[in-house]
Ligand binder design. Sequence first.
Ligand code: IPD
Length: 263
Amino acid sequence: MIRSALMNVMTAAAIKAGRGLKRDFGEVENLQVSVKGPGDFVSAADRRAEKTLFEELSRARPGYGFLMEEGGEIEGADKSHRWIVDPLDGTTNFLHGLPIFAINIALEREGLIVAGLTYNPISDEMYVAEKGQGAWVNNRRLRVSARRSIADGLIACGVPPLGRAPLHPHFKSELAAVMAHAGGVRRLGAAALDLALVAAGRFDAFWERGLHPWDMAAGMLLVREAGGYLSDADGGDAIFKSGSICAGNEAIHRHLLQLLRAA
Ligand code: IPD
């Protein structure tokens, strides 16, 4: 486990926000059957969790900037540190009562991600990484999978939703290419958890396009610290700029990239 002052701050904030999300998730299950549906309630839950994270992190580290899913960019007096926060990754799952979602906190120092946390408050799995200190889930050290062949591999992906229809044709050709070679393909609906599960060696690789920095920042460090490889989905290093990611163990990341490039 990582026992640093920084990680204490991050885990305390995530646990506090997680308590609220867990309570709200229980409520969503009741709202499923109402005519109005849980839509507005979920947006409010998302905003409440972000407020908790913002307050806790600002109190512990005054002056750091923020990049948040709901609140956007908030400049801090300290220009070298920035928190990247997604209070609820997997919003659609949450909305439908599926317990596959996570709180995400990453810390950037001079533009480099130095700490990351992904927390599912329902399963109580706390994935953490700090630069040079490995990646962990609760008290267990993480390592990417050792599988070499994509034919034995389980590959996670993100399916672009209705609102991102322009991405559909290219996604379909990528999926066809991957299906023709991979042992299996999965779609969880929470990019941060996809990355955490690559770090944990459950998935051998993951790719998705159309993401935001807050969906990926924490998971990127988890994968790196677990010995994995990362690039954008075209094999370059513009992950944030392109909004795309490909992550995996060394062999399967390489093979997956070849398939994506050819699609
Ligand atoms: C979404 C999830 C989903 C991915 C979407 C993201 P959000 O994040 O990570 O898996 O496919 O592209 O936007 O909106 O639930 O924080």
